[in-house]
Write a protein that binds this ligand. Structure first.
Ligand SMILES: C[S@@+](CC[C@H](N)C(=O)[O-])C[C@H]1O[C@@H](n2cnc3c(N)ncnc32)[C@H](O)[C@@H]1O
Length: 277
C-alpha cells in the first residue's frame, strides 16, 4: 500500500513531555481516501520550540510550512474575504456598548476581520507569522479603503511585541487552536499583558466535533491532532471555560455547526477592573 499522508489522533490523557499517550494513527492510502486505524503508544514531547525559527524539527516548524504553502497556493479551508458572522455580531454589540480604541487581530491572515473593525473606527493592528498573508491583507485593506487605519506586523503569537495594556479589543480567529496545549498558559499570559484591564477578547476555535473530511474518526476524548503537518486543537464549552475562565468573564459562547465545520465563537472580558468591557 502506498501512503501519501498520515495523521495521528491523540486520545490519551496528557500532552506532557515524556508521558506515554495512546495514539490512534490513521493512514489514508493513495487515491482511495480509505482510512484504517491502528492503536499504538507514542511519546509526546513538549518542545518549547521557538515558532519563528525554521531550523527545528518540531510541529511548529512543519506548521509554518503548512501556512506558507496554504497562502502560496491560495487553497485553504478558511475564507479569504468576508468576516465571520458571529464576530460581526460581537462587533455590533460592542459598538452599542461604546467600546472603541485599539484593536489587535492575532493571526489576522489576509485581514478579513481587520476591515470591519477599521470601518467601525478602531485603530487596528494585524499580526501574523506568515509574510505572504500580510501582503495579501495589505491588498484587501487598500481595496476596502481602510489601509491607513491598519498597521500590519509579522511575528509570533507566543511573543507579542507590544507594550502592556496596548489594546482595548483583541481577536483571535483560528490561531489559538494551532497552539499546543503545553503553550496555552504562555499564550493567555501574552494576551493579558497587551490587553487593557477590563478589555475584550474575541476568540474563534474548533469545537470537538470539527472534522476535516467526512471519513475522519472523531473519538470523544480527541482534543488535538496533527493533520497534514499542522497542529489542531479541539474544545468543548467546558474546556474554553477552564482555559480562560480564571482571568476572563465569558460573556457569550456561540456554537456554529455547518456540515463538517464546528466552531465556538467566544466574547470575553478580562476580569481586572477598569478599561473598556
Ligand atoms: C486558520 S488561519 C486564520 C486566519 C484569519 N484569522 C481568519 O480568520 O481568516 C490561522 C492564521 O494564524 C497564523 N498563525 C499560526 N500560528 C501563528 C503564530 N504562532 N503567531 C502568529 N500567527 C500565527 C497563520 O499564519 C494563519 O494566518
Amino acid at each position: 500500500m502506498v501512503l501519501d499522508w498520515a495523521f495521528a489522533v491523540n486520545i490519551g490523557p496528557s500532552e506532557k513531555a515524556g508521558e506515554k499517550d495512546l495514539v490512534l494513527v490513521t493512514f489514508i492510502s493513495e487515491g482511495q481516501n480509505r482510512a484504517s486505524g491502528v492503536f499504538r503508544e507514542e511519546r509526546v514531547e513538549a518542545t518549547g520550540e521557538d515558532v519563528t525559527t525554521m531550523g527545528g524539527q518540531g510541529i511548529y516548524t512543519t506548521q509554518k510550512e503548512y501556512f506558507r504553502d496554504a497562502y502560496r497556493s491560495g487553497v485553504h479551508g478558511w475564507p479569504t474575504e468576508g468576516p465571520t458572522g458571529a464576530i460581526l455580531q460581537f462587533l455590533k454589540k460592542m459598538r452599542r456598548e461604546g467600546i472603541e480604541g485599539r484593536f489587535l487581530d492575532i493571526g489576522c491572515g489576509e485581514g478579513r476581520h481587520l476591515i470591519p473593525f477599521a470601518r467601525a473606527g478602531f485603530r487596528c493592528e494585524g499580526f501574523d507569522l506568515e509574510p505572504l498573508a500580510l501582503e495579501r491583507a495589505e491588498g484587501y485593506l487598500r481595496k476596502a479603503g481602510v489601509r491607513r487605519r491598519v498597521n500590519l506586523r509579522k511575528g509570533d503569537a507566543l511573543r507579542l511585541p507590544y507594550p502592556e495594556s496596548s489594546f482595548d479589543v483583541i481577536l483571535d480567529s483560528g490561531c489559538f487552536h494551532h497552539i499546543r496545549i503545553s503553550d496555552e498558559r504562555r499564550f493567555v499570559r501574552g494576551i493579558l499583558k497587551v490587553l487593557k484591564p477590563g478589555g475584550t477578547f474575541l476568540l474563534t476555535v474548533f469545537d470537538v466535533n470539527f472534522r476535516h473530511t467526512p471519513d475522519e474518526l472523531v473519538h470523544k476524548r480527541r482534543r488535538w491532532l496533527v493533520h497534514r503537518g499542522h497542529y489542531d486543537r479541539f474544545f468543548t464549552a467546558a474546556d474554553i471555560r477552564r482555559v480562560f475562565g480564571k482571568e476572563f468573564v465569558v460573556r457569550e459562547l456561540v456554537k456554529e455547526a455547518k456540515g463538517l465545520s464546528h466552531f465556538w465563537h467566544v466574547r470575553m472580558r478580562s476580569r481586572v477592573a477598569g478599561g473598556s468591557g
